[in-house]
Design a protein around this ligand. Structure first.
Ligand SMILES: Cc1ncc(COP(=O)(O)O)c(C=O)c1O
Length: 334
């Protein structure tokens, strides 16, 4: 990504909170384009200059929710689905989200306008409960803080897709601290951080997280699929997973391609017998897994159904981007 200095870069300022934030102002200030941009306290600013107060409950208590959306061809991909998930996470944790979808889209557009479309961007929309409250008690009224980070999508090297990656099963003990239900994307990712660190220390790329009843639910930032008997198998939304937007699209394109999809818990015996395994996420898209705890999956190379789905997924991203689809339901129904 380019590191250049724009001496008179215009900063878009949106002041206040909630509906007030659409009061647009412009200011001129020297800004350094570092590793991206942030929208904070009503202004687009270089990421390197954005600061959240130390009293923010997101910082102190992980009292926040977030969602991550990427761009294709300069457009946020399935933004409506990500905003729905952000709202659902916030609602479960009683965090107010006083901004309408249109207001949030205005913020995203302002960031992308500044960032340009020469790069694929990863937008992380964070809503913290803001400041205040006595100790752990919720502040009344809440003054939630909106921060949107806009950074380049990590460039995953091509060999990860052509050769596949290894994953490790997290020790159940490591992730016992998952304090928030898995379907909520809260700021409390420490159990995932530790599981990933353990897996990477053992030479793996990602870590599988335990689900209910000794099953394996997902990975630290991706959903889990396996192929067995020509069908896709993946834990259902009730099996301790984040309902991934990529997962939903993969299920939809598999359905259109006539590949059966079975949503059920996945146990050690399922993983051991799988012909193919892959992970999905907005960043990883469809990433083949060729070993689990250093034991090869199937033939130990990316399998044909995984490769077919990766191709179909990419085609779908192009079509959905071209048609400006904001929610999967618009294209695939409910
Ligand atoms: C725990 C977890 N599961 C799954 C995913 C994949 O979700 P999506 O496909 O919406 O990016 C993520 C994404 O960050 C995640 O954090």
């Amino acid at each position: 990504m380019c590191r250049c200095l724009y001496p008179q870069l215009l900063g878009l300022i949106l002041t206040g909170s909630g509906a007030d934030q659409l009061a647009l102002q412009w200011h001129s200030a020297p800004m350094t384009v570092g590793d991206g941009w942030a929208w904070l306290d009503g202004a687009v600013q270089p990421l390197s200059q954005a600061r959240v107060p130390v009293t923010d409950r997101g910082f102190l208590l992980a009292d926040s929710v977030f969602d991550t959306v990427r761009t294709y061809a300069g457009q946020p991909f399935l933004l409506g689905d990500h905003l729905d998930r952000l709202r659902s996470s916030a609602e479960t944790l009683w965090i107010d989200v006083p901004w309408s979808d249109q207001e949030l889209e205005t913020v995203v557009d302002a960031l992308l306008q500044r960032a340009g479309d020469s790069t694929a961007w990863l937008l992380r929309l964070v809503v913290s409960r803001g400041d205040g409250g006595h100790g752990l008690a919720l502040p009344e009224p809440q003054a939630p803080r909106l921060v949107v980070l806009c950074r380049p999508v990590p460039d995953l090297p091509g060999h990860l897709y052509s050769a596949g990656v290894g994953v490790g099963r997290a020790r159940r003990k490591t992730v016992e601290g998952r304090s928030v239900p898995a379907h909520i994307k809260s700021g409390a990712y420490l159990a995932h951080v530790l599981a990933l660190r353990e897996a990477q220390a053992a030479g793996a790329y990602e870590a599988l997280l335990p689900g209910p009843d000794q099953s394996w639910s997902e990975a630290t930032t991706s959903n889990l699929f396996l192929v067995a008997g020509g069908a896709l198998h993946t834990p259902g939304v009730q099996h301790d997973i984040l309902p991934g937007v990529t997962r939903a699209l993969v299920i939809a394109v598999a359905g259109e391609a006539g590949i059966p999809v079975v949503e059920r818990p996945l146990f050690d015996s399922d993983l051991n017998a799988a012909h193919e395994v892959f992970l999905t996420s907005s960043v990883k898209e469809v990433l083949p897994v060729v070993s689990i705890d250093s034991v090869p999956v199937g033939a130990g190379v990316p399998g044909p159904i995984t490769q077919q789905l990766r191709r179909l997924f990419r085609e779908a991203t192009e079509q959905l981007t071209q048609s400006g689809t904001r929610r999967l339901v618009e294209r695939y129904g409910g």
